[in-house]
Design a protein around this ligand. Structure first.
Ligand SMILES: Nc1ncnc2c1ncn2[C@@H]1O[C@H](COP(=O)(O)OP(=O)(O)OP(=O)(O)O)[C@@H](O)[C@H]1O
Length: 245
């Protein structure tokens, strides 16, 4: 077992995963630099979610290695991986999963309170993020009273509130309208850049990938190409980029 390069916050080598015997990842390797915004592109079923699950310690690959800083995630026990995910990683799912009994700010503040942060400080941090994501006015509403797009913004706020080291986002703007998508993504990427958060973003949308520093493309569980994109400020104006898959 060889430790990864120092400047990679996450590093994966030769990942192989099968779901019920069907290959989902076939020898994928990649390094992710600290503070980088990496898009993982590829068509449906190409292995994007599986790759994010392996990198975030949710799923152990059947073969291969995953390192977070200098720690081998693939050899950690379930409790250590659980702690790593809770304390260092954030996750945004395609569909928002919120606690129905809690209102928007309580949902967003939940990760901080679970870490032992006081209610007042957690509330202040949560409200700040809800404002930045333009749903400050929804802070006291419960999930059932919110639109799907508003629920997704709450889920995004919840992932950003504890300032994770790495944020994994699996098609995070899929439930949003096109106009909303660009705004939420710009807020998310700007927040990540200003807080030095590394982002791994699964997407099959070229506009979304255009906000990333780099795109890694998957096809049938294999890496097929890497498209280097210009910095975000320059990329934001672009209507599309080519994901040559
Ligand atoms: N729990 C599972 N059980 C069986 N097969 C699965 C499971 N999860 C994923 N797969 C299969 O593994 C392959 C990779 O799936 P994965 O969800 O990682 O791809 P994806 O690129 O994220 O797709 P999408 O864009 O549709 O989310 C697909 O063929 C998928 O059908």
């Amino acid at each position: 077992m060889v430790a990864p390069p120092d400047n990679d916050v996450l590093w994966a080598r030769a990942l192989h995963v099968k779901h019920n015997g069907s290959p989902a990842l076939c020898g994928v390797s990649l390094g992710i630099r600290e503070g980088e915004i990496l898009a993982v592109g590829g068509p449906r079923g190409s292995g994007k979610t599986t790759l994010l699950q392996c990198l975030s310690g949710q799923l152990l690959p059947q073969q291969g290695e995953v390192w977070f800083n200098s720690a081998p995630v693939h050899t950690m026990g379930p409790l250590t991986r659980e702690r790593l995910r809770r304390d260092r990683f954030g996750w945004i799912d395609t569909a928002p999963v919120l606690v129905p009994e809690l209102n928007a700010w309580e949902n967003a503040a939940l990760p901080l309170m679970l870490r032992g942060c006081g209610r007042r400080a957690a509330k202040t941090a949560a409200l700040e993020w809800l404002e930045r994501l333009d749903i400050g006015h929804c802070a006291r509403k419960r999930p059932h009273a919110l639109l799907q797009a508003e629920r997704q913004r709450v889920a995004i706020a919840r992932a950003l509130v504890p300032a994770p080291k790495v944020l994994f986002a699996d098609e995070p703007t899929a439930p949003l309208h096109r106009a909303d998508r660009a705004h939420v993504l710009r807020t998310l990427t700007a927040a990540a850049r200003s807080h030095g958060i590394t982002v791994v973003l699964a997407t099959h949308d070229a506009d979304t990938a255009a906000l990333a520093d780099r795109t890694v493309s998957l096809l049938d569980g294999r890496r097929v190409n890497t498209v280097h994109l210009p910095p975000a400020a320059e990329a934001e104006g672009r209507a599309a980029c080519s994901l040559s898959v």
